[in-house]
Design a binder for this molecule. Structure first.
Ligand code: F6P
Length: 374
C-alpha cells in the first residue's frame, strides 16, 4: 500500500508513563512529513464512539513530562467481535484514516492485528503499527516497553523508604508489585533494591514452597546478621502474578516462623506487608521513558508513511532478532520493526518463546533467583 496520509493515534489498555511522549512525537513527526494526524480518545472504546479529532500541535507541546495518557485509555472486551470491529473500520473510513499507531500492551496490539486483518478489511486501506507500552514488560521481541523504566524507579524509591523503617525495627517486609502474569518488574526491581528474595510467577512454585522459601530467607538473614553483626531486616519483593494474597502469605509465614525459629525471642521476628498497587503505574515518566516513547513513535510513524503495516516498533537492534521477523528501522539504528503476529505468538507463551531474547529471559529468572541472597 502507498504511504499513509491520515494517521490516527490511540492508547489502549493499562496506561504507562511515557505514552504521552509517544503521542507527542508521533503527532509532530507525522505532521512535519505532511500527514494529517488524529487523536482517538479512550482507546478502542472511543474509536467505536467516534471520539476522533485532529491533533492540535499546541495542545501537545508540553505533554511529554506528564504521566498517564492525554488521549485516555480503556480495555474493550467487545472488540473481540467482528461486527464491532466492522463498526470501528467504518468510523475510520468516515474520517479517511488510513494508518493507525496503536500504543499499548498485549491486548491492544492483538486488537490492532484484528482490526487490520486483510480478510476483514475487504479492500479498505488501513495500515497499523504497534508501539509497546506496558509497565509489565510482558511483550515479546522488544527488550523494553514504554513505562517499565519509570515503574522500576517508582518501586525502587518506595522500597528504599520501606527499607529505612524495616531496618529501624529489624522487620521483614513483603512488598507486592504490579506486573500481571509477568515477574519482570519484581525481578529487576529486586536487583536494584538489593532485596533478599524475589517471588515471581515464572518460578511456578506451589504455596507451601513459597512459604518455606520466605522462612528460610528470614532465618538465613538472621543467622548471617548474628555472625557478621549486620542488620536483620528482610526485603522480599512479590510479583502480583504469584497468586497468594499477601495477607494470607503473611499469616502462613508467621505461623511457620514461630514453629521453626527456636531462638530466645521468636516473637522478635515481625512481618509486614505493603501492596504498591497502582502507585507503580503513575507518575512523571523518567527521562529514559520519554526518549523511548519518542524514538519508538518516530520509527512507527515513518513506517506508516512508507506504507508499512502489521509491525511493532521494538527497542532492540535487529542483530538480536531472527532476520525472518525483524528489519532495522531506517529511522533509528537501535530500533527494529518486528512482525506483529510473531510478537503476539511469542507473548502468548513467554517461557516457551523461540527467540534468543525469550531464552535469555527464562534463564535469567532462574539464575537471579538463586543469586539474590548472598
Ligand atoms: O497491565 C498493566 C497493569 O497495571 C497490570 O500490572 C495490572 O495487573 C493491571 O494492569 C491492573 O489493571 P486495572 O488498572 O484495570 O486494574
Amino acid at each position: 500500500m502507498a504511504g499513509c496520509k491520515r494517521i490516527g493515534i490511540l492508547t489502549s489498555g493499562g496506561d504507562a508513563p511515557g505514552m504521552n511522549a509517544a503521542i507527542r512525537a508521533a503527532a509532530l513527526m507525522g505532521r512535519a512529513a505532511g500527514a494529517e494526524m488524529f487523536g482517538i480518545e479512550e482507546g478502542y472504546k472511543g474509536l467505536l464512539k467516534d471520539q476522533i479529532a485532529p491533533i492540535d500541535p499546541a495542545a501537545i507541546a508540553h505533554i511529554l513530562r506528564e504521566g498517564g495518557t492525554i488521549l485516555g485509555s480503556a480495555r474493550s472486551k467487545e472488540f473481540h467481535e467482528v461486527p464491532v470491529r466492522d463498526r470501528a473500520r467504518a468510523t475510520l473510513a468516515k474520517h479517511g484514516i488510513d494508518g493507525l499507531v496503536i500504543i499499548g500492551g498485549n491486548g491492544s496490539l492483538t486488537g490492532a492485528m484484528k482490526l487490520a486483518d486483510p480478510a476483514e478489511l475487504k479492500g479498505q486501506p488501513l495500515n497499523v503499527i504497534g508501539i509497546p507500552a506496558s509497565i509489565d514488560n510482558d511483550l515479546a521481541l522488544t527488550s523494553l516497553s514504554i513505562g517499565v523504566d519509570t515503574a522500576m524507579n517508582t518501586i525502587v524509591e518506595a522500597c528504599d523508604k520501606i527499607a529505612d523503617t524495616a531496618t529501624a525495627h529489624d522487620r521483614t517486609f513483603i512488598i507486592e508489585v504490579m506486573g500481571r502474569h509477568c515477574g519482570f518488574l519484581a525481578m529487576t526491581s529486586a536487583i536494584a533494591v538489593g532485596a533478599d528474595l524475589a517471588l515471581f510467577p515464572e518460578a511456578g512454585k506451589p504455596e507451601a514452597a513459597i512459604v518455606e522459601q520466605i522462612v528460610d530467607t528470614v532465618i538465613a538473614v538472621r543467622n548471617r546478621a548474628h555472625r557478621q553483626h549486620r542488620g536483620r531486616r528482610v526485603i522480599i519483593i512479590k510479583a502480583e502474578g504469584v497468586a497468594i494474597p499477601v495477607e494470607r502469605l503473611k499469616d502462613l509465614v508467621d505461623a511457620r516462623l514461630s514453629e521453626k525459629v527456636c531462638d530466645s525471642d521468636p516473637s522478635g521476628i515481625e512481618t509486614r506487608v505493603t501492596v504498591l498497587g497502582h502507585v507503580v503505574r503513575g507518575g512523571r515518566p523518567s527521562a529514559f521513558d520519554r526518549l523511548l516513547g519518542s524514538r519508538l513513535a518516530n520509527v512507527a510513524v515513518r513506517a506508516l508513511l512508507a506504507g508499512t503495516s502489521h509491525k511493532m516498533a521494538a527497542w532492540m537492534a535487529p542483530a538480536e532478532l531472527p532476520a525472518s521477523v525483524a528489519t532495522l528501522s531506517p529511522a533509528d539504528p537501535y530500533c527494529s520493526l518486528v512482525d506483529l503476529r510473531t510478537v503476539l505468538a511469542e507473548t502468548e507463551n513467554p517461557q516457551q518463546g523461540q527467540t534468543a531474547l525469550a531464552h535469555w529471559r527464562a534463564g535469567a529468572f532462574e539464575e537471579i533467583e538463586e543469586a539474590l541472597l548472598l
